[in-house]
Design a binder for this molecule. Structure first.
Ligand code: UD2
Length: 350
């Protein structure tokens, strides 16, 4: 810092003292006149019109009084888990947020959330439970579009829907291999994001279908780009993450990189961010295909690679994707979205 600038690095070095004095007086005069003019003028001036109408608009926005316990700086709400990443993305755990505040914020914005799910071939059997439990627990009180991608539209069950909620069936092709079905979700999501979702919803939540909602999943998950900690790896060391380790694949992640291992079965964000993610993953999958390689965990590997270099703005704890085969660790206060038992051999490729 230049020695004339002083401790705070102010204007001292740029204006001679006499000029500063004049500048100071002028500024003071302007402020005084401005103040007198503002308080004395009625509707006669343009500026005061704008000011008063802005003030009226502000008062028109009706915000209900909200009474809740004050956050405590010296008493973090959870001390047993990480609540924030080193890039300042919140990690969502029960006990770390207030649904009432969040619901009010999102209701003011009148958001519609798109929940995308693929039910190809035999996986249509999972739709009934998936939809029924979503009606009970998913984004309660908000507007929801369920986007069901299927090759069997006639087998989509009719489920009673609450107000503001719709089912949209999107007929898509199937593929012989389950790996291909799982991977092609990226292609279809990117296509429909651009073609349709961008005009219909603010956020997309993209999940597996062989799941059921078991507790509230609300607007606390919404952010520009979010991923979910995989239930099998949230406590694992980096070296144990099952990232793609072959450099020949586009999903390759070197052993000294990566923050978390994310689940392929629950991610989302704004339509634009989901579009960018799914497009990039799909393109990477196609490059791999041309090179005769398939990533170890198909699109989940590509998703993980994407998140290494495009950090999510929010991360969901394994409460949002749990499998009871993994037991019930103490840190898990809620099991919000649970894997439904399935016989892989019987259900895949059928
Ligand atoms: C894991 C991931 C999944 C995906 C997959 C990649 C979790 C919880 N799940 O799931 O997201 O990354 O590994 O290998 O992280 N599907 C059909 N019809 C089929 C096959 C699949 O509709 O014939 C859809 C369906 O929505 C299903 C999803 O693809 O939920 C993933 O397939 P999966 O559930 O068989 O894969 P899984 O359980 O190994």
């Amino acid at each position: 810092m230049h020695k004339d600038q002083g401790k705070t690095g102010g204007v001292k070095g740029y204006f001679p003292k006499s000029h500063l004095h004049v500048l100071g007086c002028t500024t003071l005069l302007c402020f005084s006149f401005g103040y007198i003019w503002y308080v004395s003028s009625g509707t006669s001036s343009k500026v005061s019109d704008t000011t008063s109408s802005n003030t009226q608009d502000f008062h028109k926005i009706k915000r209900p009084r909200m009474i809740y316990t004050k956050p405590q700086i010296l008493k973090p709400s959870r001390s047993d888990v990480l609540m924030m990443t080193p890039w300042f993305a919140p990690i969502v755990w029960e006990g770390t947020y207030n649904s009432e505040i969040l619901n009010e914020e999102f209701r003011q914005r009148n958001v519609t959330v798109g929940l995308t799910v693929f039910a190809i071939k035999k996986y249509v059997v999972f739709l009934k439970t998936f939809l029924e439990t979503a009606e009970t627990y998913f984004m309660v009180g908000h507007r929801v579009n369920y986007y069901i991608f299927t090759d069997r539209p006639e087998e989509v069950p009719k489920v009673a829907l609450k107000e503001g909620r719709n089912v949209v069936v999107l007929q898509v092709q199937n593929y012989p291999r389950w790996q291909e079905i799982s991977m092609r979700r990226m292609e279809m999501l990117s296509y429909f994001s651009q073609q349709r979702f961008v005009n219909e919803v603010s956020y997309l939540v993209c999940v597996d279908v062989d799941m059921k909602f078991n507790d509230q999943v609300g607007v606390e998950i919404l952010s520009d780009l979010f991923g979910t900690l995989h239930p099998g790896f949230y406590a694992a060391e980096r070296r144990s993450f099952t990232y793609e380790r072959r450099p020949a694949s586009q999903a390759y992640v070197p052993r000294d990189e990566g923050d978390f291992y994310y689940a392929g079965g629950f991610f989302g964000g704004t339509v634009m961010e989901v579009y960018k993610l799914t497009k990039q993953c799909h393109e990477a999958i196609m490059v791999d295909k041309a090179n005769g390689i398939e990533a170890i965990w198909q699109e989940e590997s590509h998703l993980n690679k994407y998140f290494v270099y495009h950090k999510p703005t929010k991360i969901l704890s394994p409460e949002y994707l749990w499998d009871d085969n993994l037991g019930r660790p103490e840190i898990l206060k809620k099991r919000r979205f649970l894997a439904v038992r399935k016989n892989h051999a019987a259900i895949r490729n059928k």
